[in-house]
Design a binder for this molecule. Structure first.
Ligand SMILES: [Zn+2]
Length: 254
């Protein structure tokens, strides 16, 4: 896939690059905080809604989408566990190897959080849902990350789920951080509501005006601190109308 390129998060140079960049941005007086995105490994499993688009069936891990097997990662892992991962027949079955990659990202976030906090600013991140899905697809064990807030991309259409599912996953997310950090439920908006049923590319799916209220209610009733629109430019007047109705409701349970 040419869509993106990744840096190995286990290289000191990657940390240096990110910490200098984020540190310098966080030092700017007017900046309130740093928001991390793509802080993950490439998708070892693609969300089910994207399989058709890329002509793939990713019902399990395949080696060609599994990272990172650079010398730094494989030798660090060998040192920690004694396992030579390149010699293992099916690396997807080695739990320690999954954990090793979760930990690399967790460590990176922790180090970046220190840099940002030192400037007296906040740090948060857009993550995959769960973290059950986040761990499985992109190795984000984000419940362990040192963040001030979490913005999970609860994009139900990517997982072929209905808007009610957003509530189910928010429930998991709030529990995963033991209610100690705000969860802002990230919603995905359908840019052309009238074409959704004929549209094959899930990038063009998302919540319809008739669904956005359900996704907001389900998020808030399950403990979200708020919701987040990553793609506000996709909102049609009908979306905004339904949105305004939904956000002023009192969702606190009696
Ligand atoms: Zn590596």
């Amino acid at each position: 896939m040419d869509y993106y390129k990744f840096l190995c998060p286990n290289k000191e140079g990657t940390y240096k690059f990110l910490s200098e960049l984020y540190g310098s941005v966080a030092a700017v007086e007017e900046i309130d905080g740093i928001h991390l995105d793509y802080i993950r490994f490439p998708d070892v499993i693609l969300a089910e809604g994207l399989w058709d688009k890329y002509g793939l069936v990713m019902d399990q891990e395949f080696p060609e989408y599994d990272y990172c097997y650079c010398d730094t990662c494989t030798s660090d892992f060998k040192e920690q566990t004694g396992i030579a991962i390149k010699e293992v027949e099916d690396a997807s079955q080695v739990q320690e190897w999954k954990q090793f990659r979760y930990d690399i990202i967790t460590t990176m976030v922790g180090r970046l959080a220190k840099v940002v906090h030192k400037e007296g600013k906040e740090i948060n991140a857009a993550v995959f849902p769960g973290p059950s899905i986040a761990k499985k697809l992109v190795r984000q064990e984000w419940n362990k990350w040192d963040l001030d807030a979490v913005y999970p991309m609860n994009y139900n259409d990517f997982y072929l789920k209905n808007p009610e599912w957003v509530g189910t996953i928010v429930d998991e997310e709030v529990r995963a951080v033991e209610g100690l950090k705000p969860i802002y439920s990230g919603l995905f908006i359908c840019p052309n509501p009238e074409n959704k049923t004929q549209e094959n590319d899930p990038e063009n799916h998302g919540l319809l005006p008739s669904e956005i209220g359900t996704a907001i209610r389900a998020s808030m009733e399950n403990g979200a601190t708020g919701i987040c629109l990553f793609t506000p430019e996709r909102m049609k007047p009908e979306h905004w109308e339904a949105f305004e109705k939904a956000i002023y409701v009192d969702y606190t349970k009696e």
